[in-house]
Design a protein around this ligand. Sequence first.
Ligand SMILES: Cc1cc2nc3c(=O)[nH]c(=O)nc-3n(C[C@H](O)[C@H](O)[C@H](O)COP(=O)(O)OP(=O)(O)OC[C@H]3O[C@@H](n4cnc5c(N)ncnc54)[C@H](O)[C@@H]3O)c2cc1C
Length: 485
Amino acid sequence: MAKTHMRTVDGHSFEVLTANTVVIGTGSAGFCAATRLVEFGQDDVVIVTDKTNAGTSRNAGSDKQTYYKLTLAGSEPDSVREMANTLFSGGAMDGDNALAEAALSARAFLHLCDIGVPFPRNAYGEFVGYKTDHDPRQRATSVGPYTSRSMVEALERKASEQGIPVISECRVLDLITVGGEVAGVLLLRRDRDWDDVNPPLLLVRCTNVVYATGGPAMLYANSVFPHGQWGASGAGYRAGAVGKNVTEWQFGLASRRPRWNVSGSYMQVVPRFISTEADGSDPKEFLLDAIGDPGRLASLVFLKGYQWPFDIRKAQDGSSVIDLLVYRETQLRGRRVYLDFMHNIADKPFALERLEPEARDYLERAGAVQNSPIERLMHMNRPAYDFYLDKGPKVDLATEMLEVDVCAQHNNGGFAVDSWWRSNLEGFFPVGEAAGSHGVYRPGGSALNSGQVGATRAAEYIAKRRSQMPLDDAAAFDAAAAARI
Ligand SMILES: Cc1cc2nc3c(=O)[nH]c(=O)nc-3n(C[C@H](O)[C@H](O)[C@H](O)COP(=O)(O)OP(=O)(O)OC[C@H]3O[C@@H](n4cnc5c(N)ncnc54)[C@H](O)[C@@H]3O)c2cc1C
């Protein structure tokens, strides 16, 4: 098991922790990697993290947060190869990652079910799915708005049962490498002071680093990543790890206070979009200037419900034109944009017959034909209304407008990994959002699958091939560590 001792490096006294593997990050990918390592026989593992309760998995979600996996219900055929093709066809995704993510998706999903994530089943135990964006089948499933939180909580329980130590309040400063191989990590202890006798630093000496630090969330001011999620990409790149697709980001409409995606029902009930000057003056229904036909505009807003991310292919004559018009209003014209659930588009009575068939049929089938967006929202998805009442700051959609913008949600790129989630740096395994394994047009829910699969693959590889203790050349380690301090 991990051992701690004091060590003097370059005249400074340090707490040094030695373990076979350090997992950095307590999101769904990090906890999964740690629990899998123990299951596969490698119990010399310690988790360190900036904050145990921070990160995207535990603190973000959406109307119906999605998990993507192989079809596990019904009579429609599906196969590993076909799912791999779907992932691969999103573009800029390596075929070996796509195949591994498809091959392990059922195993990773059933692991979560077995440790208590309540994914929905029918009376016979089939995991009934639905179709998400960029999905040719019905592979998606959901626990509700907080699918990833439910995953983290179950994995954390499991890690605690396995007795895996978690050291919180440790932020990554730098990786330590010796001869192109990872040898440790230097962390800032945020719960200690520089006035203490010893510096607030923790040095970990290890054979493997599983890097589950999530996306570089602080790159964009307009972001729907949760507060307190930082990411640690810089330290990895400084150490020589290679990146891939790092400019591939996913953006979409989200409320800014609180941070939350306004996907699903929030758009399907067709609210009105209003912009104002920064001081709240000059309210205007700006979308009508660009799309004069209220029926066409309502249909495009409806589609944003399940075409949430901005997609350049839908920008010219599809629903992503809404994102562009909001962006122009906020970023180019310096105005603020709000969703108004109290009034219909153009403040006219709701006329179902003016909608295009896809929107009309859906709303008719759902019985969402009430006269105002807020009434339709209450009818279709009451928890979506309650959600904003329970948050800080509270917003009552029945009486107030909700400020929104086009926000960064996910980095599809990251560190380049092979089909065992190994980077070019020996012993360094980026998993979850930190890994650049996500394609450009990934199906909704595939990020959560990718995190579980990558964590499982890395753990399997470490347990079988890298179970040795850290480099025993203490002098080389000390010299490498001293260079980073
Ligand atoms: C609003 C929103 C909705 C989403 N909806 C979906 C969806 O429906 N389906 C889907 O598949 N994906 C979705 N995603 C993406 C998905 O949630 C993330 O890809 C996934 O949760 C990332 O998990 P992770 O374990 O890699 O990282 P995280 O859960 O972000 O965990 C990162 C961990 O690293 C720690 N950490 C961060 N920086 C440092 C540092 N410098 N030093 C030390 N520790 C650090 C954090 O404290 C945290 O413990 C959504 C994302 C958002 C923001």
